[in-house]
Design a protein around this ligand. Sequence first.
Ligand SMILES: [Zn+2]
Length: 312
Amino acid sequence: VFDTIGIDVGGTKILAGRVRPDGLIVARLQVRTERASGRGILTQIVRLVRELAAGDDDLHGVGVGLPGTIDQRRGVVVQAANLPMAEAPAREVLGRETGLHVVIENDANCAAVAEHRHGAAAGYRHSVMLTLGTGVGGGVVIDDRPFRGATGAGAELGHIVIDRNGPPCPGSCNGHGHLEAYCSGTAVTLAVEAHVAANPGGSVARSAHGDPADGHLALECAANGDPEAIALLVDAGNALGQGLVTLAHAFEPEVFVIGGGFGEAAQSWILEPARRVLRAEAMDPMSRIPVVPSQLGGDAGMIGAAELPRLG
Ligand SMILES: [Zn+2]
């Protein structure tokens, strides 16, 4: 039983960990992402791997989670939302420079694998995870293996259509009314801004005290019992539920896991509305699929990345 290294590359920081097969993190490092160039980010990853490997020959490999679309055939990042890594030949460069077996993967797929192996979906064979953050990411695990589609771009669950007449997708896509436009942190910030503009004398506007009217404000007001803020979050939860109805019918997982920074912070207000919509609108037995919060928090991407070399 060998350790592996998991790397989670984010827009602001890179998390790196040496992880045991049981998911235990035995060493961790964190650096600020040098966003100037994709080559620079790969160099940062190589440095982190060397430090965590420290001459140990027993390592089983390196998994790298990236916030973008991956082409698994070529081992390249097709495009990354907030990083200059388009067409970066990450797998080849990292494999050559570390001398280790390297697997690259979309970051939400990594989180889904982590929750499936060691978190909220442990013990199930089929699970679907949504990560609600700046955008909405997703991962599907079928028969204990991540589903990646034909080239590795699957599954972008934040871009399933909720309303064909809906607003433009806030993410890097040309669609309208996608799930990401309703229940990402960005979407809720837009909803709070619109609400405050339309209700300048309302409770949320008065609570802002000149601070930005954003998703954080909605969470803070909701925690104080503000019904306006709670209604905005419940709205996001209802949209999440609509998304789950589609995913339930497509995949019939045994469990849905809801995570991501915004998803975790808002779970008290969004999970129950999402469950209500799923129960009311999905066919049996899909209507009874449990909807649970993620368990691994900010470490999910790193732990899932570390699982990848073990999957073969
Ligand atoms: Zn979209």
